[in-house]
Design a protein around this ligand. Structure first.
Ligand SMILES: [Fe+2]
Length: 243
């Protein structure tokens, strides 16, 4: 499987707090069947102000540690960007670590707040798409506005944004509302990818295998493979590495 969303890169956000924890998370990812793990630190103005250049340096150091620890997994750097008008500056400076590029689109993870949507969010997304940046909307099942007013999510689907749901949501770890909504999005055919969004070794651990199994029970093995491998493979595009 290819996991396109994780907070394994250590000491850059609210994910892994040490190299040791991060390496252990990678081992868990391998055990769960992940062959390519994308590391997607938060870029969130006012909270996690990570810069692409710094992340690239830290990624290289971590890649060397994973190699030295002989962990057989392909690693790639991208990011999870919180929606805000500052994204326009990041685009202008070519400062978003993206998943990859295909069909002249740079895919990257875009996060919305848990409850509200910023005013004009659809215009910002359209602006990004015009600049050839295609946001992958992460865990829409956990945003209360998307859950209660699905037409607001439909606007993003109509623009062409892929949706990524979280394995832990599918299995009920974020409560019944997130579970029901994740499962409904999946059954309705709106999902492009399932990812772990893992943060640590306990509460939010690498568990893409659980999401995949649950998805297989709901929509079949073939589609669950599509969401955990085929579409993620397209999203990481030419950045693809293997171990
Ligand atoms: Fe995340």
């Amino acid at each position: 499987m290819i996991d396109i969303h994780s907070h394994i890169l250590p000491e850059v956000d609210d994910g892994a707090r040490s190299v040791e924890e991060a390496l252990e998370m990678l081992r868990m990812a391998v055990d769960s069947g992940v062959t390519i793990q994308v590391l997607t630190p938060h870029i969130h103005f006012g909270r996690f102000e990570n810069k692409k250049e710094d992340l690239e340096q830290k990624f290289q150091i971590f890649q060397d540690k994973a190699d030295a620890a002989n962990i057989k997994i392909g690693l790639q750097l991208a990011s999870e960007v919180r929606i805000s008008s500052e994204i326009m500056q990041l685009v202008a400076r070519n400062d978003i670590p993206t998943l990859g590029q295909s069909n002249n689109k740079k895919y990257f993870l875009l996060e919305f707040p848990r409850i509200e949507l910023p005013v004009g969010y659809e215009n910002l997304v359209k602006w990004l798409v015009n600049k050839h940046y295609m946001p992958v909307i992460v865990h829409p099942e956990r945003n209360q506005t998307f859950v209660r007013q699905p037409q607001k999510l439909q606007v993003l689907l109509d623009i062409g944004c892929p949706l990524q749901i979280t394995a832990s949501s599918l299995v009920g770890q974020f409560g019944d509302e997130a579970k029901n909504n994740a499962q409904k999005l999946l059954i309705d055919g709106h999902v492009s990818a399932i990812a772990s969004d893992c943060h640590n070794l306990k509460g939010r651990k690498p568990n893409l295998d659980l999401g995949r199994k649950l998805a297989a029970g709901l929509v079949g093995e073939e589609l669950s493979h599509r969401y955990c491998y085929d579409i993620p493979f397209l999203l990481i595009g030419e950045n693809t590495h293997s171990c």
